[in-house]
Design a binder for this molecule. Structure first.
Ligand SMILES: *Cc1c(COP(=O)(O)O)cnc(C)c1O
Length: 223
């Protein structure tokens, strides 16, 4: 077994069955993904549209692709035909465009509301009142080609585990509120937890963890 598949296997062994592992293959060469694919692992996530499209075209067509990064509205059309889940939905404008492009592609696109839970200014995501405004609007219910399946969030990059736990807990509380007051059974995903904090995230109710460096090794960015 190759090292990537081995790392995936180890994490899967370690997490409960109800938690889905999304290996994040960003910046990694296609051969590494192919290696894991040949061992039976067929779910991967990317955070840049260009890279996702390139890999989707080059790699086997049965891969389930997750888009976990920020999506610019003018790029939605490229991923609408194949993407399995868009984790980073963070504006009403993007929701409208996803709905339109999904319609053109003859699909219903699964999405998560990305919530801003970290203290850092830089991380994308909605505040709670922004989401409430969207789901209390009439327009939202006329969008037939988008399906909101849950929420996603990234905790602050810190060594303070208590803070990370608090942020994940807040996200889970908001998820529960939305689930109970606005949505039905199809609203069930809480995408939270990365290489450094997935164990805390699972304890706080995560249903999807997005793990990159722990599986593929450290990323080297070339500028
Ligand atoms: C890169 C990335 C991950 C994975 O990060 P690691 O720390 O390498 O596990 C998870 N989620 C998003 C949105 C990312 O961009």
């Amino acid at each position: 077994m190759g090292i990537v598949a081995e790392n995936i296997r180890k994490i899967l062994e370690d997490i409960p069955d109800h938690v889905k592992l999304i290996p994040i293959s960003k910046t990694m060469p296609e051969e590494k993904i192919l290696e894991a694919w040949s061992e039976g692992y067929k779910v991967f996530g990317e955070n840049k549209v260009q890279e996702l499209i390139r890999k989707q075209e080059a790699l086997p067509q049965d891969i389930e692709w997750h888009m976990v990064g920020h999506v610019q509205t003018n790029k939605v059309k490229y991923i609408a035909p194949f993407v399995h889940l868009v984790h980073g939905v963070d504006s009403f404008k993007l929701i409208r465009v996803i709905n339109k492009e999904a319609d053109k592609a003859g699909r219903i696109l699964n999405c998560l509301f990305q919530m801003h839970i970290a203290t850092e200014e830089t991380k994308f995501g909605f505040d709670q009142d922004e989401v409430l405004a969207i789901i209390n609007s009439n327009e939202f219910y006329e969008l037939n080609n988008i399906r909101i399946r849950g929420v996603m969030g990234m905790a602050t990059f810190t060594r303070d585990d208590k803070q990370i736990r608090r942020e994940f807990r807040n996200l889970y509380h908001f998820f529960n509120k939305l689930k109970n007051e606005y949505f039905s059974d199809e609203f069930k995903e809480v995408s939270m937890g990365m290489s450094g904090d997935y164990k805390i995230a699972i304890e706080e109710g995560s249903t999807m963890i997005r793990v990159g460096s722990l599986i593929f090794g450290e990323r080297h960015y070339h500028n």
